[in-house]
Design a protein around this ligand. Sequence first.
Ligand code: H2U
Length: 347
Amino acid sequence: MQFEATEHQHNRYNPLKDEWILVSPHRCKRPWSGQTEQPPEETPDPNNPLRAGAVRANGQKNPPYTSTYVFPNDFPALLERVPDPPASEHPLFVSAPAKGTCRVMCFHPDSTKTVPLMTVEEILAVVQEWISQSRELGRRYVWVQIFENKGAVMGCSNPHPHCQVWASSFLPNEPRVKDRCQKEYYDKHGKAMLVEYLEQELIKKERIVVEDEHWVALVPYWASWPYETMLLPKNGSPQRMKDLDEDQTRSLAVVMKELNTKYDNLFNCSFPYSMGWHGAPTGPQHQAGDSPHWLLHGTYLPPLLRSATIKKFMVGYEMLAQPQRDLTPELAADTLRKCHAVHYKLR
Ligand code: H2U
């Protein structure tokens, strides 16, 4: 019997995280059936605290903002001024200092305007604010994590379009592993892993969902979530968000709108996900261009599997062994690529 990636189970290697993913395509021989039952619409609370002019939990009033609006998280997981833990006395009981700051960033004054329903200009304002936040906080902190939790299924507390920015004095696990893996690849091959990866993907054209002159949105070869995608810049190898030029910034807004439109059209719902950005570490120890092993990239991690209400659970085998998926990344990319380019609410 000849091996067929669309038929036969196999492991795929994720070189960014030094992890394996089990792909079991024989479990879903039938392609996606087009099931689109309606999920409950997430109607924004008219008194939601992220709205322009709303009074937040700490009693402060938001200004009547008209574009993006950033404020300090009223319940921050990281504070700037706290005492350090004592030196560890045993190698199995190690603690380390953790300092930082947490901010909330509203994308738009209108609570119903999610990214795919925003104009390119409005999304551009979001991207510009991301660049400005990472530039400012990156002067002081080694890591600035921009992330968006979207949808109740992802634990998002508020449907108002927003993301969070957590800056920390330490390199968290995910970027620490990605830094190590990309460095090892660069030292061995003399080329950034993701630059080489994107070149290969552009030749193979099997997993691309959206593409323009400056950006590619693709389902990574090693994706764990059913419709996971990665946003990769084509030109200039930007290492950090602040390295993006004007054309790349605008193009990112266009590609984000197209990708998010396809996501919403996949199951006719406001597509839930966690997304965020990873680039070279920052802080006073780092200078522009000092991390040629890094390529800035965005990651979308959506949980939905078969419909607006049927999600993939990363439980049992995933928690105790390794991630497993039925749908191949190629089929996921093909299905997303074929989704309508105009949002279902705007047709
Ligand atoms: P989600 O992105 O997970 O929905 O979280 C929204 C954040 O907004 C959450 O971290 C903050 C919460 O602490 N928040 C405030 O800072 N002030 C408020 O009045 C409400 C929510």
